[in-house]
Design a protein around this ligand. Sequence first.
Ligand code: ZN
Ligand code: ZN
Length: 235
Amino acid sequence: MRSFCVECGTEGPVHGGLCANCLPQKRSLVDLPSVLELERCVHCGRFHVPRGWAETELEDALRQTVAKAAAVSRDVRDHQVLLHMDLRHSDEVGLRLSHRLVLPELVAEQVSEARVRLKRTTCPDCARQHGQYYEAILQVRAFDRPVAEEEMETIRGFVEERMRGEPRLFVAKEETMHGGLDIYLSSNRAAKALAQRIKAHLGGKVSSSPKLHGRRGGHDVYRVTYAVRLPAEAA
Ligand SMILES: [Zn+2]
Ligand SMILES: [Zn+2]
């Protein structure tokens, strides 16, 4: 029996009356959210893939994340994804995806795009090891505007640089909130130095507010928040 595509008239294998070319244009065989999230542990560098925390390359972690999030049409027997990564900045990856979809009668290709937000977190193993311990919060805000993405990258770069020279230093938690950045650090001294470095590089003001946290060895223990206010005009 000869079959024709109802759309373009091409003779050959069809699925639901459509050839391999017309099928993906008429029907979506795979749906993917346009924004995805991928967590990475700031301490051990592992990625949170669907099966758990894995030591793997970014590309592989992205592929697993996409495969899990993709809703594939029921007729599809096999689904493979080819990724083209475009690292936009340290916490976002743009993806161009080509999906190879094997159907009973033919193989179709569908292309799509997605953005993946890379979230810095602490995996459960590292959290247990460090006990979410922190001495200081580096709180970065800007006057009358949100902190710019480039500024956040610069600040994270400073923190990472400092951690390389100070192996005991770690980030207990990082939060982006109220248009700014909160970084919870295991060392008060490092947080203070970082606040000064940010000010020297990006401008603005630094203020500190200690809060009594408890007593250790007969001494009061404080947790200090270093609040950096960047100027209204980005440097
Ligand atoms: Zn066709
Ligand atoms: Zn970890």
